[in-house]
Ligand binder design. Structure first.
Ligand code: PRP
Ligand code: URA
Length: 209
């Protein structure tokens, strides 16, 4: 699909299998999600702008590199928090904003309850993090909020995506590149991704155990 990058490295496939498994408990789920997030970050940042610098090894001077893109991570609460640790592990200078959205269980429409962003969104590459792209309502709404606050370069990063969500995000925000580790089959009547991994927030935070 246009604008969609599939992150299908063997290490990611192995980790996604653990995350899908209904017998994986919260503490393992969290740790594996964090590790997967670092692997995803590697792919999502493969085209970052860099500039040459000079570095002195113990023996001589040689060429080094610094990253010139400013990165802002914006997890969608709650489940997006599960991806932040793995991203900041490899992007230690990234700043982090937060957007609180939940899906109304009846209408499936996103409702926002918390917004807090670093300054200069317009100068940064903004990576919106959420493990699940289901109907696409939350992602579309998060991107709209970020654009209204000035963000211009936005990427959306999910672990698992449904075709319905990919289509909605692409239609509403065709400028936003999407990254996911799996394009799953479909949504069920309750808006859950099939085969999916269940309720990501509940699995990260143990709220259903
Ligand atoms: C989940 C998930 C996404 C959203 C995806 O959050 O983390 O934010 O659903 O669904 P959509 O594409 O249909 O909008 P949820 O509303 O369950 O909130 P939580 O993260 O607080 O558990
Ligand atoms: N949110 C989740 O956590 N899981 C789904 O399958 C869909 C939305």
């Amino acid at each position: 699909m246009k604008n969609l990058v599939l992150i299908d490295h063997p290490l990611v496939k192995r980790d996604l299998t653990i995350l899908r498994d209904k017998n994986t408990r919260s503490h393992t789920f969290r740790a594996v999600l964090r590790r997967t997030a670092s692997l995803m970050a590697y792919e999502v940042t493969s085209d970052l702008a860099i500039k040459k610098s000079v570095v002195r090894t113990p023996l001589e001077r040689t060429t080094g590199y610094t990253i010139t893109d400013q990165i802002i991570l914006v997890p969608i609460l709650r489940a997006g928090l599960g991806l932040v640790g793995g991203f900041v592990e490899v992007l230690p200078d990234a700043r982090v904003g937060h957007i609180g959205l939940y899906r109304d269980e009846v209408t499936l429409q996103p409702v926002d309850y918390y917004l807090k962003f670093p300054s200069k969104l317009n100068h940064a590459l903004v990576l919106v993090l959420d493990p699940m792209l289901a109907t696409g309502g939350s992602a579309t709404s998060a991107v709209s909020v970020l654009k209204s606050k000035g963000a211009r370069k936005i990427r959306f990063v999910s672990l698992v995506a449904a075709p319905e969500g990919v289509r909605l995000l692409l239609k509403t925000h065709p400028d936003v590149k999407m990254y996911t580790c799996s394009l799953d089959r479909e949504l069920n009547a309750k808006g859950y991704i099939l085969p999916g991994l269940g309720d990501a927030g509940d699995r990260i935070f143990g709220t259903a155990e």
